[in-house]
Design a protein around this ligand. Structure first.
Ligand code: BTN
Length: 261
């Protein structure tokens, strides 16, 4: 991996000030002004608690092989190395990690930017129907790299994204210091990671359900082996599986592409 650089002073000061709330996270903290993907840099560190922050990504990736637009300054690009396999219930902690991450990013955005965001299953972060942040969890041997990108400032998005994304600046009408967004999201993640490790799964599920209005009563469509299907969301079960009421009964969605209308 590229060696870490000197950590910009805004981030160094904010992390130092928040140290007691970050637990095992951000030890070490690596800053890279340019990297392909912070998820790859974090995977190569493979140390629980390691955090990689980049100024820009040249090959930022999203879920399902999509690109994550990662220009300089206007976004926060972060990856965290976690080890849900050492939880009291490793299987369930690993399964619910992605929902826990969504809750943490929502909590961190509320604390740093005063924004009330909606989560869309499993963990897309929306405000007023536009995507503000995305989360990508990638397992590698005994660790999981949890990467998140948050749109901080208005920028020249590619045309295909323009009417589908938003930023903290667009929603508030003013910018928020990136270091504050970083430490508040990390502090919230540390809190939810402890919930996972110590088996407080109901706290995560309850928090996720409160922030995900579209998990009940929204029309969704998807394609499976039997062809195109659609129905109304009917909540998540205790394993984080999305339930959808269809004409043929309740479908259980564990992953894959959903269209929301
Ligand atoms: C999605 O919504 O599709 C997930 C987007 C995840 C983007 C972040 S930015 C930091 C980390 N590095 C990456 O290459 N991707 C994640």
């Amino acid at each position: 991996m590229t060696d870490g650089e000197v950590i910009p002073s805004d981030i160094a000061v904010a992390v130092k000030t928040a140290r007691s709330r970050l637990g095992r996270l951000a030890a070490p903290l690596v800053y890279l002004s340019t990297i392909g993907s912070t998820n790859d840099a974090a995977a190569s560190l493979a140390t629980e608690g390691a955090v990689v922050v980049a100024g820009l990504q040249t090959a930022g990736r999203g879920r399902r092989g999509r690109e994550w637009f990662s220009p300089p300054s206007s976004g926060l690009y972060v990856s965290v190395v976690l080890a849900p396999g050492r939880a009291s219930d490793p299987m369930r902690a690993t399964t619910l990690l992605t929902l826990a991450a969504g809750v943490a990013i929502a909590d961190g955005l509320a604390a740093s930017a005063g924004l009330a965001v909606d989560l869309k299953w499993p963990n897309d972060v929306y405000v007023s129907g536009r995507k503000l942040a995305g989360i990508l969890a990638e397992a590698s041997r005994d660790i999981v790299v949890l990467g998140y990108g948050i749109n901080l400032q208005l920028t020249a998005y590619p045309p295909e994204l323009c009417d589908r994304v938003t930023s903290i600046e667009a929603e508030r009408g003013s910018t928020v210091d990136r270091a504050s967004v970083l430490v508040e999201t990390l502090a919230a993640l540390q809190h939810r990671y402890d919930d996972l490790l110590e088996g407080r799964f109901d706290a995560i599920l309850d928090a996720w359900r409160r922030r995900a209005p579209s998990a009940v009563g929204a029309r969704v469509s998807w394609t499976d082996a039997s062809g195109p299907r659609s129905g109304l969301t009917a909540g998540i079960d205790d394993g984080g599986v999305l339930l959808v009421a269809t004409d043929g009964g309740v479908a259980r969605i564990v992953g894959g592409e959903l269209d929301w209308s």
